[in-house]
Ligand binder design. Structure first.
Ligand code: AMP
Ligand code: MG
Length: 310
């Protein structure tokens, strides 16, 4: 599309000038800047109010240039072939002479990298001379953005540019796998761990407890709609919005449905927008019924658990 072409050009101009902009990805929207530029990366942290000890994910178009920044291994090659571009983030060892800004990694010797699949961010990455550091496009600890309207709600006029790419097709963040030392899952996400286990022919440990501090971003409170939330609710209490997994015939404005018929993939996609809608309607509390802890249901439960720490 012609308009896409000119929007990509505009986006590139802002990025080349060390600005940070919002970009669509298939997981959630990102707040992106030149990963090689200290100035850009510092702007991302400031705009998001993100603690500087929570490192960013670096987004690449393909394997070109990757060798200069980090050390790849055979597990990475296997997983890349099967799942990238897509909702998986790899933590790898950084190379000493990498061009990645030290602010991206908070001076760590590892870096998280991803190859996003959304066609617009791919078009953008293809024309840039650097990878993009991009955390989720939301104020730190709040709900992630999965549409241009969400991004505007989060940042308002403070954002220089928003590359619009419709609704994120997956709607939850990427699965993060640590490929340094002992391989493990650091964050549940859009790609089911069972699929990763199958390719690596082993059962990976899921180390997403905040105590372990392996992934510094895994604070206990996260993905929060800014109001209290309780999980595994059997019934609704006064003043609550009640989130149910499957649409039912109930004549109450306080009931909200994640999917028509128990579909966990659709439920994951609807999770953040539904919580955002409930908060914006002025509810002061949310109750969520028990979500099956299988497949992407595990990711939904992980996010709800963190949101419930409010
Ligand atoms: P977000 O960009 O908001 O999806 O958050 C990025 C996530 O990646 C956070 O949970 C970070 O802690 C995690 N992350 C980024 N870099 C690293 C790294 N080098 N090692 C472990 N986790 C990382
Ligand atoms: Mg985030």
């Amino acid at each position: 599309m012609k308009s896409n072409h000119s929007n990509i050009k505009k986006a590139k101009k802002y990025l080349d000038n060390n600005e940070c902009i919002a970009v669509p990805t298939e997981t959630v929207y990102g707040l992106a800047g030149n990963a090689y530029s200290d100035i850009s990366v510092k702007k991302i942290f400031k705009l998001k109010k993100r603690p500087t000890n929570n490192p960013l994910i670096v987004h690449y178009y393909n394997l070109n240039g990757l060798n200069e920044d980090c050390i790849i291994n055979k597990e990475f090659k296997k997983l890349y072939k099967k799942f990238s571009p897509g909702p998986i983030t790899y933590v790898l060892k950084l190379k000493k002479n990498t061009k990645i800004s030290k602010f991206v990694t908070n001076n760590k010797n590892t870096v998280a990298i991803r190859f996003p699949k959304h066609p617009l961010i791919r078009k953008l990455l293809k024309v840039l001379n650097y990878p993009l550091a991009a955390p989720s496009a939301n104020i730190s600890s709040k709900l992630s953005s999965v549409s241009p309207a969400d991004v505007k709600e989060e940042f308002g006029k403070k954002l220089k540019y928003l590359l619009k790419g419709g609704r994120s097709s997956i709607g939850v963040e990427s699965t993060i796998i640590n490929l340094t030392n002992k391989i493990s899952i650091l964050r549940l996400g859009g790609l089911n761990v069972s699929k990763i286990n199958k390719i690596l022919k082993k059962k990976l440990l899921i180390k997403n407890k905040s105590k372990e501090k392996l992934s510094p971003g895994l604070f206990s409170l996260h993905y929060s709609p800014g109001i209290p939330l309780r999980m595994n609710a059997k019934k609704i209490n006064k003043g609550e919005a009640f989130i149910l997994i499957k649409k039912r015939k109930i004549n109450s404005k306080d009931y909200f449905f994640l999917s028509k018929n128990n579909n966990l993939i659709k439920a994951a996609k609807n999770l953040y927008p539904l919580m955002r809608k409930i908060k914006n309607r002025g509810y002061k509390k949310i109750a969520v019924e028990k979500i099956p802890n299988i497949g992407i249901g595990q990711t939904i439960n992980d996010r709800l658990k963190r949101a419930s720490k409010y």
